[in-house]
Each structure stands twice: as C-alpha cells, then as structure tokens.
Design a protein around this ligand. Structure first.
Ligand code: ADP
Length: 158
C-alpha cells in the first residue's frame, strides 16, 4: 500500500486542490488529506467544515481519506505510514518556500519524499484567500470551487 499525504489549510478547498489531488491519487494507492488544525491561523471554516467540504468535493476519487493534524506534517506522515507528501506549485514565487520546507522535512524525516506538482494552468493563479475575498464581495467564483463549497461560501457571507 503506497500512501501519500496532501497537507494544507484548505480554507476552503478549491479546484486547484482538487486538480492536484486527482492527479496524485492516480500515482498512489491511498491519498490522505492532512488538514491543518491550527487555531492561530483563524480560518473562515472550522476544521470539521473544511474536512466535510474536502470529502464532498472528492467523491469522484475512490482512494481519498481526510484527516486533521495539529503536529508536524512529517510526524503525521510517519503515523500514517505514508512514503511521500504532495505540495502544489503555482508560480516560481512558491518555489523558494516549498524548497525550504522540503529541505527541513528531509532533515526531520529523510524517509518521506516531497513531491511538487503543478496544477492545470487555469488554476495557476488560484488560492483560498482570493476565493474568499471575491465570494465575500458577492463575486462569481463558480469556475474555481466545487458546487458544495460555493453553497457554503454563500451561506457564510449571507
Ligand atoms: P492556499 O491558501 O495557498 O490554497 P493551502 O495550505 O490550502 O494554501 O494549500 C495546500 C496545498 O495546496 C499547498 O501545497 C499549496 O501549494 C497547494 N495549492 C494551493 N492552491 C493551489 C493551486 N491553485 N494549484 C495547485 N496547488 C495549489
């Protein structure tokens, strides 16, 4: 069983995340979303809401699991017996941070391999903050988030 984890805040999940998860799920037996439960970040959605949205947005991917974590990503990966972790890469500007984090994670646990994946180019400018900012001002984000997320955003900002 080759397992990979996909860590992040997912506040909320959007189509860039779904694109990466769909691609990564084809390369591994199991893909586990590791949803960061970090109260300091003050997310819009609770960790339970974020997990629920991920589950409902990835129903087309059979080998997905959704869990939350408060600790180090590499410790979570070890507990789950995962061999790799996936991170998305949008712009060159993402690279420096991701590279630094990958090096630290190798230091902490050399047996977990970091894989950086590019999304479809239509999602290259997308992040959760942009989605929330536009939705808050009643802009149309229907091309960028799953329907279930669209409904949640509408109810949050009503
Ligand atoms: P963000 O607010 O940037 O979406 P997350 O912590 O939720 O942050 O992201 C989780 C992972 O998904 C990160 O590896 C991030 O690089 C990746 N990711 C976020 N948005 C995209 C996107 N549009 N395309 C590909 N990967 C993405």
């Amino acid at each position: 069983m080759k397992k990979v984890i996909y860590p992040g805040t997912f506040d909320p999940i959007h189509n860039g995340h779904v694109d990466i998860a769909t691609r990564a799920s084809r390369l591994f037996d199991v893909l586990i979303f590791a949803v960061a439960d970090n109260p300091n970040k003050e997310p819009l959605f609770t960790v339970e809401e974020r997990m629920d949205l991920i589950r409902r947005s990835t129903q087309h991917i059979p080998n997905v699991q959704v869990k939350s974590t408060r600790g180090l990503v590499v410790d979570f990966a070890r507990e789950e017996t995962a061999i790799a972790l996936i991170r998305g890469l949008r712009h060159v500007s993402d690279f420096e941070f991701e590279f630094q984090m990958a090096m630290m994670n190798y230091h902490l646990n050399p047996s977990i391999t970091t894989i950086l994946m590019m999304p479809d180019e239509k999602y290259i400018h997308l992040n959760s903050t942009v989605v929330k900012d536009v939705a808050k001002l009643k802009g149309d984000v229907s091309d960028y988030v799953p329907t279930v997320v669209l409904e949640y955003l509408k109810s949050k900002f009503e």
